[in-house]
Design a protein around this ligand. Structure first.
Ligand code: NAD
Ligand code: UFG
Length: 344
């Protein structure tokens, strides 16, 4: 068994897929989650896929004493991947303090305690949202950070700065900041996937819920953007590929291969896909006709963003591999699984 890794927010969407890949790579996984946006059954799913049940601690990471107890109870944690955060952009506009408190306090508690317990590396979940609407495409890691469009986006920028300042001030660990583009899809086993609470805000869950009849119609937010078909362009990355990048990042830090104490990587495919293209590929792949209509633009949406993932390809030795068709098929399989189980 390799080193012990703490996965905060590990019952969530990206965290659960990462726990699977860490266990597949031989790491011992401890998951911490308060289940505010996830479900305990996810731990069963991870066990069914990997044959190993990860340790699970239900706790709120804002509670520093409980976090300290976790480090006492699980000695020799060598690396932490910090997924725990609140992530709904719209909600963050309405409840900014909830977002600033949850996303910043949890991180600061972690940064305070890591040195005491000999943790050597921290992987942080950041977002391409830090680039806003980039001036040039594809966007690489040197692109300027633009003023955040929401309190959520601002927490990602501030968290990146908090980590960088802490490491530069001499904290005895390294960090890798991963800027995700648009994570989509589910594990091919359909044992784990994305479980949006309520009406989905993101495109793909809305697509699959419309396709299965939970939602009547998908609204496409605008076809008058300055893009080839007028709809917005994003870089949709398969969540299992994304999860594998975290394993590479952990390996890199624990093997002390970092070029800098804090490194930043874009995680995307390098391919921009429009909303209308995605719908077409979904229909072709699944054979399901989607009921959608073009409506007005959604406030705050940027026109287009896709990654230059060359640095992650070259330095991390990681590449997004899945095709978009396979990725969309995995999301559809997950939606069908939820129906079969009577969950949705
Ligand atoms: P998610 O909501 O599915 O997972 C986050 C998990 O953290 C949830 O299980 C939640 O219960 C838990 N959590 C939240 N606050 C907590 C706290 N105080 N204590 C303990 N657990 C807590 O979200 P996700 O999509 O898996 O995202 C994971 C990370 O990646 C987040 O930091 C998110 O901001 C970031 N990210 C996500 C996307 C995306 O599109 N999904 C894009 C860029 C970055
Ligand atoms: N869209 C629709 N209809 C919908 C939902 C979305 O047309 O019902 C469109 C949006 O207008 C956008 C595209 O689909 O053009 C993607 O929208 P998402 O909401 O799925 O994703 P975003 O790119 O807006 O934002 C997501 C996360 C952010 C994160 C960002 C980058 O919500 O938290 O990806 O990682 F910061």
């Amino acid at each position: 068994m390799k080193e012990k890794i703490l996965v905060t927010g590990g019952a969530g969407y990206i965290g659960s897929h990462t726990a699977v890949e860490l266990q597949n790579a031989g790491y011992e996984v401890v998951i911490l989650d308060n289940l505010s946006n996830s479900n305990i059954e996810v731990i069963d799913g991870i066990e069914r896929i990997t044959g190993i049940r990860p340790a699970f601690v239900e706790m709120d990471m804002q509670d520093k004493a409980k976090l300290q107890q976790l480090f006492e109870d699980h000695p020799n944690i060598k690396g932490v991947i910090n997924f725990a955060a609140s992530k709904a952009v719209g909600e963050s506009v309405k409840k900014p303090l909830l977002y600033y408190r949850n996303n910043l306090v949890t991180l600061m508690n972690l940064l305070d305690l890591m040195p005491q317990y000999g943790v050597e590396g921290l992987v942080f979940s950041s977002s391409c949202t830090v680039y806003g609407q980039p001036d040039r495409m594809p966007v690489d890691e040197t692109a300027p950070i633009k003023p955040a469009m929401s309190p959520y986006g601002n927490t990602k920028q501030i968290c990146e700065e908090i980590i960088t300042d802490t490491v530069h001030a001499g904290a005895p660990f390294r960090s890798i900041l991963l800027r995700y583009f648009n994570p989509v899809g589910a594990h091919p086993s359909a044992e784990i996937g994305e479980l949006p609470l309520g009406v989905p805000q993101n495109l793909l869950p809305y697509v699959t819920q419309t396709a299965i009849g939970i939602r009547e119609q998908l609204s496409v937010f605008g076809d008058d953007y300055d893009t080839p078909d007028g709809s917005c362009i994003r870089d949709y990355i398969y969540v299992v590929d994304l999860a594998k990048a975290h394993v590479k990042a952990i390996e890199r830090m624990l093997e002390k291969k970092n070029a800098e104490p804090v490194e930043v990587f874009n995680l995307g495919t390098g391919r921009g896909v429009s909303v209308l293209e995605l719908i077409k590929i979904f229909e072709e792949t699944t054979g399901v006709k989607l009921n959608y209509k073009i409506v007005g633009r959604r406030e705050g949406d940027i026109t287009q963003v896709w990654a230059n993932p060359e640095k992650a390809n070259r330095v991390l030795g990681w590449k997004a591999e899945a095709s978009l068709a396979d990725t969309l098929a995995s999301a559809w399989k997950w939606q069908l699984h939820l129906r079969e189980k009577g969950i949705m």
